[in-house]
Design a protein around this ligand. Structure first.
Ligand code: C2E
Ligand code: CA
Ligand code: CA
Length: 409
């Protein structure tokens, strides 16, 4: 009964005899199958080595597609229950379609996949019996996941409307020179005040904007607002400050990114040196043209900041290959700095590393005086965090410069 069928030789349509194995749990998934005729049994083995039948599939059913979609090994085995005729679907056929699919569709697909996989795993562990209660819980779990995906779809359309209705507002978090205690710049952090949802975290809506490309018009609008803000600050306070703007991977890999940024900056009174681009380490890893684009930005005079360094791949070759001006020390290394020797060593090493490479350092997430004192003693150049101020609307940020309250700390 357990002879395994060799599909690689015979394709695209095949007939199998009852009992023949189509694939086994743990196999690499190379094909998906459509049943043209006959029945296929999908099963898994419990921890006690018992075979658990998950499903009997019939003519017209598709199976084996899960492993093609996410590249993981087969989570169940498939046997011909009767003589069967199959149409074979290659991984290329599935993969290219998924790659081209709408991001929300991809998300839904992943949700469904996760559900299937966790169900097979649960049955295999043999810990749960498939009684009425389990079925109901499973159904609820599935519905919860689908409704989460639907919430995201809704949020996406609301985000589009929010942008049109001016519900997105740039906030400005001061960056302090740790030698002079003066505000020298601000990081622009986007806020979404929704009349129905309240304050939506950028941790939620930024990835959504990125996955739908809405981040491109949002990013351009943000730069426009940022340039106006620098001009207004200059007019009202006579300070020439810089703005640190977060740039998503989607933006860097967008062909017109630099042209558009250049022309907006050239049309203003702001110098390129006043707009710092904060780029996440992982964006460089994933973006295809990142290298040339990032260096072109720098050639134009835009300083580059490597954001959250050390939290991703901590790939030192980025520091070697890209010309960064500033390293941003992630708040995860700062938040326990006063209590943790390890954090202290990490911060010291990062500061020494950037000093040695002629870069400046900004520590983010400074929440108390102790953290500030330690960072200052380590030679960190700039600081940012709630100890100084959270991100503020422009008028309040201007007030803060006018008073330079920070000077008294
Ligand atoms: P990020 O670039 O790492 O930004 C710093 C985050 O730390 C901000 O969260 C800021 O409010 C928060 N923060 C600042 N000081 C402190 C502190 O003392 N303690 C703690 N615990 N947190 C502090 P926020 O505003 O929620 O932003 C989250 C992320 O969203 C940002 O992380 C950034 O990656 C992204 N983001 C925000 N605005 C934009 C944007 O306009 N464009 C893009 N591409 N991403 C943005
Ligand atoms: Ca940032
Ligand atoms: Ca950061």
């Amino acid at each position: 009964m357990f002879k395994k069928y060799d599909f690689t030789q015979k394709f695209p349509n095949q007939t199998l005899k009852a009992g023949e194995c189509i694939f086994q749990e743990g196999d690499k998934g190379e094909f998906a199958y459509i049943i043209d005729e006959g029945e296929v049994e999908i099963s898994t083995t419990s921890v006690n080595n018992e075979r658990i039948i998950l499903n009997i599939l019939k003519t017209g059913d598709l199976f084996g597609e899960l492993a093609l979609v996410d590249g993981s090994p087969r989570s169940a085995s498939a046997y011909a229950k009767t003589n069967v005729a199959l149409t074979i679907v290659t991984s290329e056929q599935v993969k290219t379609r998924i790659e081209d699919a709408d991001p929300i569709l991809k998300l839904l697909l992943m949700v469904v996949m996760k559900y299937f996989r966790s169900e097979t795993g649960r049955l295999r562990s043999g810990k749960e019996v498939l009684d009425q209660l389990t079925l109901e819980n499973t159904k609820k779990d599935y519905e919860d996941k689908i409704s989460h995906a639907i919430d995201l779809i809704r949020l996406e359309s609301e985000l589009r409307n929010a942008f049109d209705r001016n519900e997105l507002i740039p906030f400005y978090q001061p960056i302090i020179d740790l030698k002079t205690n003066l505000i020298v710049g601000f990081e622009v952090l986007l806020r979404w005040f929704s009349p129905t949802k309240g304050n939506v975290s950028p941790g939620i809506f930024i990835p959504l904007a990125e996955s739908t490309s809405l981040i491109i018009p949002i990013g351009e609008w943000l730069l426009k607002q940022g340039l106006k803000a620098i001009e207004e600050i200059k007019n009202k306070t006579n300070y020439d400050i810089f703005l640190s703007i977060n740039v998503a991977e989607k933006q860097i890999s967008y062909a017109d990114f630099l042209t558009s940024f250049k022309s907006r900056i050239n049309a203003s009174s702001v110098k390129p040196q006043q707009i710092k681009l904060e780029i996440l380490e992982r964006s460089l890893f994933e973006g295809e043209n990142a290298f040339s684009l990032v260096n072109q930005c720098r050639d134009f005079g835009l300083p580059l900041v490597i954001d959250d360094f050390g939290t991703g791949y901590a790939n030192l070759s980025y520091l070697k290959n890209f010309k960064f001006d500033t390293m941003k020390i992630d708040q995860s290394f700062v938040k326990d700095l006063e209590n943790s020797d390890k954090d202290l060593i990490i911060c010291r090493t990062l500061i020494d590393l950037s000093l040695g490479l002629n870069m400046t350092t900004v520590a983010e997430g400074i929440e108390n005086k102790l953290q500030l004192d330690i960072l200052r003693s380590l030679g960190c150049n700039y600081g940012q965090g709630y100890f100084f101020s959270p991100a503020l609307p422009l008028e309040k940020a201007i007030d803060l410069i006018q008073k330079q309250e920070i000077n008294r700390l």
